[in-house]
Design a protein around this ligand. Sequence first.
Ligand SMILES: [Zn+2]
Length: 241
Amino acid sequence: MEDPSLKWPANQQVLVILAHPDDPEFFCGATLARWARNGHQIDYVLITCGDKGINDHVPHSEGDELCKLRFVEQRNAADVIGVSGLEFLDVEDGMVAPTIALRREIVRKIRQHKPDVIVTCDPQYLFTPWGINHPDHRAAGQVTIDAIFPAGGNKLFFPELLEQGLEPHSPKEVWVSLTGSPNLVLDVSETFEIKMEALRQHASQIGDYGNFRQRMQDRMPIDPQTGKRKFEERFHVINWR
Ligand SMILES: [Zn+2]
């Protein structure tokens, strides 16, 4: 597939719906950075504040404290990418499930934002090359895709939202990131450094930046022609345009 975003009209509204702070930057930060620089508006809705993202770098942080810290880190990372709005839903980290109640809240966000494009992640991606995909990632992808179709665009779903003035809305494209079955592989060399700079803002999660950078580079495939690493982001794009 050719990159559909090359043919987008100006000023597209992009809504990124994922589970945790740092997911947008890890999964597709270089692509988001390119879109922002091309004048498109990007907003994030993150389902949790990442209150269980504890590791050796923040040994004493409790959930609430970590939540506040990760909000600041995420806002800084979003600024590096060029993102406008940043919202968190109130789901506990590690406990995301594709419930009907959460589907309603995602439909609410879709109808409020009326995005041209929604970015989420692949609910079917269980085993990654580096281990097991986080259950929150899979659940976030599932609940978002279920909210997009059919509920988001059908007024008979969640009539209480219509009563609140939230009209049905369907995006023109859905970009599913963190997928094992991509139909679009983008060369993101041009904005890869912006992605890395955004990821550097998530200091509570990445530890030593030099080691982290090396790990990120090691994950990138080697181009058989040049022998160099290829900086890529992969998507499964669903297009109704
Ligand atoms: Zn995550």
